[in-house]
Write a protein that binds this ligand. Structure first.
Ligand code: ADP
Ligand code: MN
Ligand code: MN
Ligand code: MN
Length: 354
């Protein structure tokens, strides 16, 4: 019986253009809680060598499904020593501010994380020379000629469930070796915490199989699908009976002057390669929304069009997007517009008879 346990401290580094995840282990005495810790920011593109200390502040802790029953995973915010200000690479702090500002809207997010397994420099399932048969049978496929890496996916799903993450499903994707897992629906900050933790577990488990899981947006040039992170979103008003007007208002808010460019800019790296208009998304330079339209920027699912309530799907975010940035922006854009619209409407007098 050990009288200690392990906390794996995990953070997001400063590598450009796509940050990497880092982690290190702290052994703690039984009963001791994981407190703040530090690391050498000069080795993670987060600080100069002459002033290298960065602070790890625990923000989301869950059971570690890969170690013993007492061990935990600790996702951290990176902060500056002394002032405790958020580090420039810390996007969670601003996400928390926005989530608190608009918490009365009770926003919910579901994120579909697409990714691609790579082994020996090519996607899992691609032959040494040339290409596999064209896309068609791989999406949600079954059988050894269509599906590559299911054992890793199954281990990852089990780990996410054991960690208590809000994983809601998985599927094989359109390109061989490409997969998806979904997190949600949960709140603005929670979905991002769980998604980052889900990514960490994916990298960590694929490592045991000698495979690299990549969130690059366009893994293969040519007629092969890109990898996205469709972001599904709703507010209390959109989910309630008669939510349709709020659904349309949310789409309009995302399409308001200046907003498409502001969002696209913050939706990850590889937009021009992935949002070509050819593979199940609108061209990155146009904004359109529509019911059931997988060629739109924002899709209203058919069930929501029938129910006249529900959620919308922003199809633009790339697989490598930062969920703290994306959920902050969507929450801010939609809830700010709804607040303005509400203030402009004549209201029933406060204190009026119920
Ligand atoms: P797709 O048909 O686009 O592949 P998925 O089933 O992969 O859809 O993902 C749909 C996502 O939408 C899930 O992550 C789910 O949690 C999320 N979702 C469902 N209802 C809501 C809602 N009311 N608000 C936000 N997200 C939702
Ligand atoms: Mn999906
Ligand atoms: Mn998908
Ligand atoms: Mn989708």
């Amino acid at each position: 019986m050990t009288v200690a346990y392990r906390a794996e401290y995990i953070w997001i580094d400063g590598t450009k253009p796509i940050p990497l995840m880092r982690s290190k282990t702290k052994v703690l005495a039984d009963g001791a809680k994981p407190g703040t810790w530090g690391f050498d920011g000069s080795s993670t593109n987060q600080a100069p060598g002459h002033n290298s200390d960065c602070v790890l502040e625990p923000s989301f802790t869950c059971p570690d499904p890969l170690r013993g029953p007492k061990d935990v995973l600790v996702l951290c915010e990176v902060r500056l020593p002394g002032t405790n200000e958020p580090h420039a690479t810390n996007t969670r702090a601003a996400c928390v501010v926005t989530a608190n500002k608009y918490k009365s809207f009770e926003p919910l997010f579901g994120i579909e994380q697409e990714y691609t397994f790579f082994k020996e420099g090519r996607p899992l399932g691609f032959p040494v020379n040339g290409y596999p048969a064209p896309q068609g049978p791989y999406y949600c496929g079954v059988g050894a000629d269509e599906v590559f890496g299911r054992d890793i996916v199954e281990a990852h799903t089990t780990a996410c469930m054991d960690a208590g993450l809000a994983i809601s499903g998985t599927n094989a994707e359109v390109m061989p070796g490409q997969w998806e897992f979904q997190i949600g629906p949960v709140g603005t900050v929670e979905v991002a915490d769980h998604l980052w933790m889900g990514r960490y577990l994916l990298y960590r488990i694929a490592e045991d199989f000698g495979v690299n899981a990549s969130i690059i947006a366009k893994p293969m040039r040519g007629d092969w699908n890109g990898a996205g992170a469709h972001t599904n979103f709703s507010t209390k008003q959109m989910r309630a009976n008669g939510g349709w007007d709020h659904i349309i208002a949310a789409c309009e808010a995302l399409g308001a002057p200046g907003k498409p460019a502001e969002h696209i800019e913050a939706y990850g790296v590889g937009t021009e390669d992935r949002l070509t208009g050819a593979h199940e998304t609108a061209h990155w330079s146009t904004f359109k929304y529509g019911v059931s339209d997988r060629g739109a920027s924002v899709r209203i699912p058919w069930q929501c069009a029938i129910d006249k309530k529900g959620y919308i799907e922003d199809r633009r975010p790339n697989a490598n997007m930062d969920p703290y940035v994306v959920t902050r922006l969507i929450t801010n854009t939609v809830c700010e517009a709804a607040s303005v619209a509400k203030a402009a409407k004549p209201q029933a007098k406060a204190g009026a008879k119920k």
